[in-house]
Design a protein around this ligand. Structure first.
Ligand code: GAL
Length: 396
């Protein structure tokens, strides 16, 4: 009897340790760079090595970005034993050497595959080869897998992703698992424990508001689709509203700031999608705003909630560790929002630790990097068209 109890205890303990280790791989939202938004299929080891160098040189690595992820089109076929082969013309040194190079820069190596028989660009997918592929990735030193959903051939999404998750866990190398199923089967309801992040929508487009027949979305529509998903995010399991378009040229300065602020508020993964080798100062200022990144990476791991929806004007709040809270005023309109906000009028009913009616809080503008008053007086500010005011409240 005693022996059985001891075995059960040991088993429970090892399951706990195991799931703790899995969670620890993405205790805060993953940060890095991915090739797709800017380069599409035009990937090569030269490009990836250049991006790794730029990640370090630009200061992005020191700001917290560490995964370098090669998206679709690196793979060209399988050998007679079924091993996946990288395009030898574009990756002549091989994936192991590329992984070693990325690691030598103090960065982590990410790769892409698909749960279907083919990837979205019709390269070989992993269906039927999941365990063999995971083993190969481990040999190459891969730290992160983004796993797509084209050519799914009627598979059940949860089981398909669970198979690859099991394969990664069995490979012996810890890898972050990014579920890219676009939200169709509500991966937020089943993704925790299987993957660390799951896409919630179709692909992002480099625009403030635009929609495409095939489902591509601008940032405003993506933000709207995150509003009800806050309860599914937490350390080790994140909603993924897709990679960043900051710096790709389709949005104004204020729109890019809105994009980056809201992705940070939403505890979204921050995967840059621009060319880091020629980072202009404005883009660098946005992507490396340490105060905004700190909100994204906050240890509490909560996703912001929209607690005031006044049509075109919205207020979102993200509870932070140490009794702080980040608040973001979002102006969806084409004209300036002349804000005159009385902190005491609304309660952030879901932020237990914060009671503005009883306690004064300092209000710090995380874009201007300075205190702009406290919650005892009204907040008077002009918020530009399509822009935000993002602040952090902390006890005075
Ligand atoms: C899409 C995915 C994109 C990108 C692309 C590659 O399905 O959402 O982020 O990975 O495939 O073909």
């Amino acid at each position: 009897m005693k022996k059985k109890f001891l075995i059960a205890l040991l088993l429970a303990q090892s399951i706990f340790t195991y799931s703790q280790e899995f969670t620890d791989l993405a205790k805060t939202p993953p940060m890095g760079w991915n090739s797709w938004n800017k380069f599409g299929c035009d990937v090569s080891e030269k490009l990836i090595m250049g991006m790794a160098d730029a990640m370090v040189k630009s200061g992005m690595r020191d700001a917290g970005y560490n995964y370098i992820v090669i998206d679709d089109c690196w793979q060209i076929g399988r050998d007679n034993s079924g091993n996946i082969i990288a395009d030898p013309e574009r990756f002549p040194s091989g994936m192991k050497a590329l992984g070693d190079y990325i690691h030598s820069k103090g960065l982590k190596f990410g790769i892409y595959s698909c749960a279907g028989s083919k990837t979205c660009q019709s390269r070989p997918g992993s269906r039927g080869y999941q365990f063999q592929d995971a083993k190969k990735y481990a040999e190459w030193g891969v730290d992160y897998l983004k796993y797509d959903w084209c050519f799914d051939e009627g598979q059940d999404a949860k089981s398909a992703y669970k198979t690859m998750s099991d394969a990664l866990k069995e490979s012996g190398r810890p890898m972050v698992f990014s579920i890219c199923e676009w939200g169709g089967s509500k991966p937020w309801e089943w993704g925790e424990g299987i993957g660390h992040l799951w896409r919630t929508t179709a692909d992002i487009r480099d625009c403030y508001q635009c929609t495409f027949d095939w489902g591509g979305l601008g940032i405003l529509d993506i933000i709207d689709k995150q509003a009800d998903l806050w309860k599914y995010a937490g350390p080790g399991h994140w909603n993924d509203p897709d990679m960043l378009e900051v710096g790709n040229g389709g949005m104004t300065f204020d729109e890019n700031k809105t994009h980056f602020s809201m992705w940070s508020m939403l505890a979204s993964p921050l995967m840059a999608g621009n060319d880091l080798r020629d980072l202009d100062p404005v883009t660098a200022q946005i992507l490396m705003n340490k105060e905004v990144i700190a909100v994204n990476q906050d240890a509490k791991g909560q996703q912001a909630r929209r607690f005031m929806d006044m049509g075109e004007y919205e207020i979102w709040a993200k509870p932070l560790a140490d009794g702080k809270v980040a608040v973001c005023f979002l102006n969806r309109t084409n004209t300036v929002w002349n804000l005159n906000y009385d902190w005491k009028k609304q309660t952030m009913y879901f932020v237990e630790e914060v009671n503005i009616r009883k306690q004064a809080y300092d209000v710090r503008d995380v874009w201007e990097h300075k205190s702009i008053g406290n919650t005892e007086s009204k907040l008077v500010k002009s918020i530009p068209a399509h822009g935000v005011l993002m602040v952090v409240l902390s006890k005075k």
